[in-house]
Structures are given as structure tokens and as C-alpha cells.
Design a protein around this ligand. Structure first.
Ligand code: CIR
Length: 262
């Protein structure tokens, strides 16, 4: 069974961190409605949704993805790059504790979960304004014994690696070639990953959340969505326009993992 940890939208979301976007007014009530629809999408795809209560003092806390990286063997509790976001991790760690052994990233390491793309036993980690080589090294040390390879990847023009590239099907990645070097993903043992590029007019369209064989995907990227559907990928759209104003997208709002408890 899949578990999805989410967190309700903070009433303070209007004071979120912003790196590449101009601040716009966020309609908190609409953001909550959209977030609820997103949670319904997760449930419809078979996830048991564990929704944490809103954190009134933590504007970005709806973006739970950044607080942890959950693998079958353990969960890495991150040390987010933005200091305003560091208090978010304690409650996420508590929520994960019944499910996984926890390993903490220590200072001076910083990493946001949004920078970590897992494809099979390889983790690509964006070396962004949020995630640094010390955290990369700590991840390598923690994960190597479990057979994972952790590779640093340069990203530019976007907040996180997963703003630029995400997995949309077995062996297939959706990618914005202007934000990350496509050659990084050109080789894998046993053959290449198939790459689908976002439509040029939709630079933010690279973030999709794969659950089973369906992707949860923002409603406003119709051109890129067509590219996915032409490849036979099943797409469930959700309107996340208010969360997008906070520089968040669909992967950011959940931590999805297999329940190992019976
Ligand atoms: C931030 O700047 O940290 C938030 N406003 C947005 C975080 C989005 N998270 C993600 O893409 N994983």
C-alpha cells in the first residue's frame, strides 16, 4: 500500500520563499481547495493520505517533499537550504518515524527534497541554491551501503532539480532542457532513458508526480500534457495555480512511499 504524507496549506503561505518568481497575492482559501483536490487525486490513485495539520508560522510547510527523501530502506531527513524552512522537518520526521529508520543531514549540509530525483537505484541531486556538496556527500555515505548511487547535477534557471526533470513512466523522464543538461540522463546501464521535452512555451511543465502508471499533472500545461498523452502516458490533471505562485508544483506537496508495515 502507498502512503502519501501531505500537510494543509499554511495561512501564512503569502510570505513564502520566492527565488525565481515575483510575489503575487495568494488566495489561501483557493489554495486550500486546490490542495484538497490534489489530496483527492492521490487517494483516487490508491494512496492512503496522511494529512498533517497546517503550521500557521511556517509559510512553505505545505511543500512537505522538501523535508525528506523516503526510500524503501530508510528516510533521509533534510536540512532545507532556506533557513526559514528548517523548522518544518521535525513534524515530518515524526510522521515518518513509524515507517522508516531516519538519517539526518547535518550542517553544513543543506538539501531540499525537491532537488532529489530517484530513478531506480540512482539518485540525482541538484546542486542548486538550496542543496550543496556537503549534503551530497552525506547522502552518498548513507545510501551507498544500500546499493544506491547519488550523483550531483548542475541546475540553473529554476529552483530545484525536479522543477526541471521528473519521471513520468518506467524509463521515461520529462525534462526542460534549458534548466538541466539532457546529457546527464543520456546513459543508464542497459540503455538510455527516453526523454520527453516540455513545450518551449511551458518552462514550468517539467514537474509531474508519477503514482503507479498515472501522472498527477498541473492543469495549465496543455501542450506538454499532449506530448505525454501521445506517448501513452495516463495524466490526471489538477489545478495548482495558487500553489504555483509560491513556486511549488505537484511533487512538492507530498511524500509518497510504500508502506512496509503489515
Ligand atoms: C520555497 O521556495 O522553498 C517554496 N516557496 C517552494 C518550494 C517548492 N518545493 C519543491 O519544489 N519541492
Amino acid at each position: 500500500m502507498l502512503i502519501a504524507i501531505t500537510r494543509q496549506v499554511s495561512p501564512a503561505i503569502g510570505s513564502c520563499e520566492l527565488t525565481h518568481l515575483e510575489r503575487q497575492v495568494i488566495d489561501v482559501s483557493l489554495a486550500r481547495t486546490q490542495h484538497f483536490q490534489y489530496e483527492k487525486g492521490l487517494s483516487a490513485l490508491g494512496c492512503e493520505v496522511h494529512s498533517l495539520p497546517a503550521e500557521p508560522d511556517l509559510p512553505d510547510s505545505v511543500f512537505v517533499e522538501d523535508a525528506a527523501i523516503v526510500l524503501d530502506e530508510l528516510a533521509i531527513i533534510t536540512r532545507p537550504g532556506a533557513s526559514s524552512r528548517r523548522p518544518e522537518v521535525a513534524s515530518v520526521a515524526r510522521a515518518l518515524e513509524p515507517h522508516r529508520r531516519l538519517v539526518y543531514i547535518e550542517a553544513p549540509g543543506t538539501v531540499d527534497g525537491g532537488d532529489v530525483l530517484r530513478v531506480g537505484k540512482t539518485l540525482f541531486m541538484g546542486l542548486s541554491s538550496r542543496s550543496n556538496p556537503s549534503a551530497l556527500e552525506q547522502m552518498q555515505t548513507a545510501l551507498h551501503p544500500h546499493g544506491y548511487t547519488v550523483r550531483g547535477v548542475s541546475v540553473s534557471g529554476c529552483l530545484h532539480l525536479k522543477s526541471a526533470v521528473t519521471q513520468v513512466a518506467e524509463g521515461t523522464l520529462l525534462i526542460n532542457p534549458n534548466w538541466v543538461d539532457v546529457r546527464t540522463f543520456g546513459d543508464k546501464t542497459g540503455g538510455d532513458w527516453k526523454l520527453i521535452e516540455v513545450d518551449e512555451s511551458e518552462p514550468y511543465a517539467g514537474n509531474a508526480l508519477l503514482i503507479g502508471e498515472t501522472v498527477i499533472y498541473p492543469a495549465n500545461f496543455s501542450r506538454t500534457r499532449q506530448r505525454l498523452e501521445v506517448q501513452g502516458i495516463s495524466v490526471m490533471t489538477v489545478d495548482v495555480s495558487e500553489l504555483a505562485k509560491a513556486e511549488g508544483a505537484v511533487t512538492c506537496c507530498s511524500l509518497v512511499f510504500e508502506s512496509l508495515r503489515h
